[in-house]
Ligand binder design. Structure first.
Ligand code: IMP
Length: 430
């Protein structure tokens, strides 16, 4: 029996929520392993709408263990308020069903401020972040000066850790011509939230190892998408964590052998929020129409998403960098009714044809997509639950996507409704 890791195969917002929810029903343990409350998805269960940002999707289902791994950057206030909000909706969250890694790095108010400050800088330096403090918190983690969850349990030495952190941050503040942060204010901020989050703290690597040995099914829930990976994405227009599937092991404390089946989620077209290259982006009414039909607005920030055709070159690359075994193709119904549909199959770069996305920022900005044009379909795929329900041209499109990306479509999603899904393979069955 395999464990499963779900990762976005594009720039995030691929519709992971519905797929993760369906898989979490079959899982015993659901683990977040990177990112933080920059993620966002909506679950609809039994007619009730739940908005999750930091908590793993399993948390809304009774009997599941949800785990926030060490690879996540944790805003303790965001955790406390998400727990509170869900409790008001009748979801019980206790140590019995939620554990958070003791060695998870904390996001503090100073990180949120710094994120916003950098984003308010001059054009060209902006990344278009979610301003949640994600990047600055990961910087402090790599800089070996971060405050981690376990530090809240040792208030006597917390002051020294804050002083060390502020040596760095206050130097930066002075450079920006801003007032310095007071160590007391940060101490108070942390001491007041500590009792709300410490009850969930655990040695997650050990707990997960026990669960694995007991034969429990583990679902690793990725956030964002492989093209936002800090190494493999469109650097510097990326998030600050590794979003590829390999991070599921590092970010939870299990070995790579525990990861199992890698399910990549890809939209039948492409979207992106924030700045950065997007070769198949559409600036015309087709792009507008895709955005309207697909309701392409961010769950966390409400920002309008940029829209374009499916870029097979990019997804083929993420299939490789994440070791994707199968794809869940989502939102196929948004392409219903287009007379013709384009797929990006390669690029022109400085007069040469290439079949990969180059790593350099300059080249990523210069590539021009090479398109293959296919006939669209006039029938509807919305709500289809079997291949027989799909127009022949839609099947052709899916088959062509599989061929171009070098991975099979394991799951096809044809509406936000949970049952509007065509299943070729259950990832948990290996
Ligand atoms: P950060 O993660 O807030 O630092 O933002 C860095 C980049 O990642 C920006 O382009 C964001 O728009 C993007 N990003 C972060 N989280 C998500 C997400 O959940 N979906 C899509 N894009 C995201």
């Amino acid at each position: 029996m395999a464990n499963v890791v779900v990762v976005g195969a594009q720039w995030g917002d691929e519709g992971k929520g519905k797929i993760v929810d369906w898989l979490s029903e079959q899982a015993d343990v659901v683990v977040r392993f990177q990112g933080g409350h920059n993620a966002g998805h909506t679950l609809v269960i039994g007619g009730k709408v739940y908005k999750l940002s930091l908590l793993p999707s399993g948390v809304v289902r009774p009997g599941k263990l949800s785990v926030i791994g060490n690879g996540v950057v944790l805003d303790p206030h965001a955790l406390a308020s998400e727990v509170e909000r869900l409790s008001e909706q009748g979801v019980s969250i206790t140590r019995d069903n939620l554990r958070v890694a003791e060695n998870a790095t904390l996001i503090l108010s100073i990180h949120r401020e710094l994120d916003a400050l950098r984003e308010s800088g001059s054009a060209g330096t902006k990344i278009g972040t979610t301003k949640r403090g994600i990047g600055p918190a990961y910087e402090d983690k790599a800089g070996r000066r971060a405050i981690r969850l376990m530090d809240l349990a040792d208030l006597a030495s917390l002051r020294d850790k804050i002083d060390r952190l502020l040596t760095h941050h206050n130097a930066l503040r002075r450079g920006f011509g801003l007032d310095e942060f007071s160590p007391e204010a940060i101490y108070e901020e942390l001491a007041s939230v500590a009792p709300k989050v410490l009850p969930y703290m655990d040695a997650v690597w050990r707990l997960l190892d026990e669960e694995r040995r007991a034969g429990k099914r583990i679902l690793f829930e990725g956030a964002q998408g492989a093209l936002l990976d800090v190494d493999h994405g469109t650097y510097p227009f990326v998030t600050s964590s590794n979003t590829v599937a390999g991070q599921a092991a590092t970010g939870s404390g299990l070995g790579p052998g525990a990861v199992g089946y890698v399910l990549g989620i890809a939209k039948a077209y492409t979207t992106r929020v924030g700045e950065g290259p997007f070769p198949t982006e559409l600036f015309d009414e087709t792009g507008e129409l895709i955005g309207q039909k697909g309701k392409e607005f961010g769950v966390v920030t409400g920002r309008k998403r940029r829209c374009g055709w499916f870029d097979a070159t990019l997804v083929r690359q993420t299939v490789r960098t994440s070791g994707i075994d199968g794809i869940a193709l989502t939102k196929l119904d948004i392409l219903d009714g287009f007379e013709t549909i384009k797929i990006g199959v390669g690029y022109k770069l400085d007069g040469q044809t290439i079949d990969y996305f180059p790593a350099s920022q300059g080249a990523q900005g210069r590539v021009e997509p090479i398109y293959e044009e296919m006939e669209g379909w006039s029938g509807s795929t919305a709500g289809a639950r079997s291949w027989a329900d799909l127009p022949a041209q839609a099947i052709k499109y899916v088959r062509r996507v599989e061929e171009l990306i070098g991975a099979p479509v394991a799951v096809l999603s044809t509406s936000p409704e949970r049952d509007d899904t065509i299943l070729m393979k259950n990832p948990f069955e290996g």
